[in-house]
Write a protein that binds this ligand. Structure first.
Ligand SMILES: Cc1cc2nc3c(=O)[nH]c(=O)nc-3n(C[C@H](O)[C@H](O)[C@H](O)COP(=O)(O)OP(=O)(O)OC[C@H]3O[C@@H](n4cnc5c(N)ncnc54)[C@H](O)[C@@H]3O)c2cc1C
Length: 395
């Protein structure tokens, strides 16, 4: 079979892989994306989730020229209410505290993917090869070759953007931390009686958090739900004829009565977090490198920051006349991303554990913690900067 020499290979055309290719194309860097699914499936886009896009991510998308298109469909979040269960006293984050615009935006994944994919199709510097089944990967004298049903592809660098269950991570034998949370996220949309007024709600229960995220619509009466349930509750919740009232025990008509809801889609929850981000000519970005609990809606934001940071390191390598796989370039990326990744991986992991302890004493201590947090402007500002993706970790 023919071997095609490529400037750069990206495996995976998820949002992170595509953003990476688009960012490089703006600097006239060519790339080839190998995707296992067909273009037909990619065009169909059956992802019913929404994503909380941070201010930092919106700036990355702006740089590649697509934020204006996405913004039309993006619901700004101007307030986030965080409570322990149904307790009315919790933490209140308001965009007015920061003066940086909205705290973030909620965008439907299907819209996000469609806009990014359309932009990618317009570029003559990006080649997307769909239906690719990778059979083997080998390394020879500074190059990497991917053997596949679509031919053999040779390049100096392979970027693994192939998601949570990354084959590229397995091939490179990159060590990682894994934990199954024994939890599931049920994702669906509700129509509620009152407008959401740009408020997102996050309620923490011992069995897992419930997030109600405002969606864009003329009367503000649609919200996207991410309801985390414990494995032991799965059958009770899903097989229950009165799913709506079970859900309402937790939602408690926060935005008024539920008028309608879509069929829930289920995601099993786990964490993969790599201890190292590259080996030889292979480097990871996005969920392939760290796939976290959706508790704080940060996985995609983290992946977009990976893509932007690696692209910057590669643009620098081109300027210096170095190979993209030069260890100094990959170490630079790795070093710049470590703090941001570790902080978020730890924060989401611990947050989930922190709220799953249902002892009365611990609950009292937690409640006190929330009260102290809510009174501290400093703590609120720091965590908001972090969640908005506006902390600069590029030391
Ligand atoms: C319920 C839920 C809610 C979430 N909400 C949010 C949120 O509000 N905000 C947020 O920031 N994040 C959120 N996330 C996380 C976010 O969805 C992920 O972090 C993000 O989608 C990861 O993108 P990715 O491109 O790295 O990987 P993926 O989207 O998984 O894309 C990987 C791509 O690689 C392809 N691929 C896989 N294997 C191969 C192979 N062997 N060969 C070729 N191609 C391959 C796949 O087909 C796919 O196209 C949520 C996650 C869940 C589960």
């Amino acid at each position: 079979m023919n071997t095609f020499n490529q400037n750069l290979i990206i495996v995976g055309s998820g949002l992170v892989g595509m953003t990476m290719a688009l960012k490089l194309s703006k600097q006239k860097i060519q790339s080839t994306i190998l995707e296992k699914n067909s273009l037909q499936i990619l065009n169909k886009i059956s992802d019913k989730r929404t994503s909380a896009i941070s201010q930092g991510s919106s700036r990355i998308l702006e740089e590649i020229g697509i934020w204006e298109k996405i913004k039309k469909y993006a619901q700004p979040i101007n307030e986030i209410v965080v409570t322990e269960g149904l307790d009315e006293n919790g933490i209140n984050f308001n965009s007015k505290i920061m003066n940086e615009g909205p705290l973030g935006y909620i965008v439907e994944n299907s819209i996000l993917k469609k806009i990014v994919l359309n932009e990618l199709k317009k570029s003559n510097l990006i080649k997307l090869i769909d239906n690719t089944k990778i059979k083997k990967i080998s390394h020879q004298s500074g190059f990497i070759t991917i053997y596949s049903n679509k031919g053999n592809f040779r390049s100096s660098l392979l970027i693994g953007a192939d998601g949570r269950f990354s084959d590229i991570r397995r091939h490179a034998n990159l060590k990682y931390f894994f934990k199954d949370y024994d939890q599931f996220a049920l994702v669906f949309t509700i129509k509620h009686k009152k407008p959401h007024n740009e408020i997102a709600l996050e309620r923490f229960f011992p069995s897992g958090p419930l997030a109600i995220l405002p969606m864009k619509s003329s009367k503000m009466r649609y919200s996207s739900v991410v309801w985390t349930i414990d494995k032991s509750e799965k059958d009770k919740v899903l097989k229950n004829k009165d799913f709506k009232s079970l859900f309402n025990n937790k939602y408690n008509n926060f935005f008024g009565e539920i008028e309608n809801f879509t069929k829930p889609k289920m995601y099993s929850l786990n964490i993969f977090s790599c201890h190292e981000y590259f080996k030889k000519n292979i480097v990871l970005i996005g969920d392939a490198c760290q796939a976290i609990h959706p508790i704080a809606g940060q996985g995609l934001n983290l992946g977009l920051r990976d893509a932007a940071s690696l692209a910057d390191s590669m643009i620098e390598s081109k300027r210096l006349g170095l190979e993209y796989s030069d260890p100094t370039i990959l170490s630079d990326y790795s070093q710049k991303r470590t703090i941001d990744k570790n902080l978020l991986v730890q924060a989401t992991h611990r947050l989930n554990n922190f709220f799953s302890n249902d002892s009365l004493l611990f609950s009292k201590f937690r409640n006190l913690g929330l009260k102290i947090f809510n009174k501290s402007l400093f703590l609120k500002k720091q965590s908001m900067l972090f969640a908005m993706g506006l902390r600069n970790f590029n030391f």
